[in-house]
Write a protein that binds this ligand. Structure first.
Ligand code: GLN
Length: 203
């Protein structure tokens, strides 16, 4: 099935674990389409920026000349970023580390993130995170995850770990610090598809 727009969900396939996102959407009966070039943005209803490595994503995105086209696309289409994808969507990073000089976020979501925010010792972990609109916790996989250290007034928190936001939404933009595509729980992909369908109704 395609979206109400008649177009598949776009997956930025420059780098990272987009294949697992493809499988999650397929399990929900939705087609995806890989986006690596500007012209391909015209073929999709929405875009997922997967986890991976934000320094590499920055380089590949700029090399592909996708920065401006992505900014334009995101102004009117739903975008979901997971982990490194959220870092790319953020307004900026709070890192002072030199290794972070290679990251140039798109500034779509009014939030600031700290890369690798759980430290080197706790590289990866799974935790039950609280969803704001669902009483059942979500099993979230964190892999060298960023922390959301500041959010602007337009941003809604979608999920929390303790008191900290780990999923945020600003209108048709959704950012997660963890990897929903690595568990069988499809609720967050479903939530994104609802955003896609809502946007499709207005197009
Ligand atoms: N730490 C990575 C980065 O800064 C993100 C890791 C991930 O996407 N799993 O880009």
């Amino acid at each position: 099935m395609v979206d109400r727009t008649g177009k598949p969900v776009g997956l930025l396939t420059l780098q990272g674990d987009y294949e697992k996102h493809r499988q999650a959407f397929a399990a929900l009966g939705r087609r995806t389409f890989g986006v690596r070039r500007r012209a391909e943005l015209e073929l999709v209803s929405s875009l997922v920026i997967p986890g991976g490595e934000s320094t590499t994503l920055t380089r590949l995105l700029d090399r592909a000349g996708l920065r401006e086209p992505l900014l334009e696309f995101a102004a009117s289409h739903p975008v979901m970023g997971t982990c490194a994808g959220l870092i790319m969507m953020a307004r900026g990073t709070a890192d002072e580390d030199e290794s972070d000089f290679g990251v140039a976020p798109l500034g779509l979501l009014d939030c600031t993130v700290l890369r690798n925010g759980y430290g080197r010792q706790i590289d990866s972990f799974t935790a039950a995170v609280r969803l704001v609109d669902d009483p059942v916790d979500f099993p979230a996989v964190f892999i060298r995850a960023p922390r959301v250290v500041a959010v602007g007034p337009e941003v809604d928190v979608v999920a929390r770990l303790g008191n900290e936001p780990v999923a945020v939404r600003q209108g048709h933009l959704l950012g997660l610090t963890f990897h929903p595509e690595l568990t069988a729980d499809l609720r967050l992909h479903q939530a994104f598809l609802r955003m896609v369908d809502e946007a499709g109704d207005h197009h």
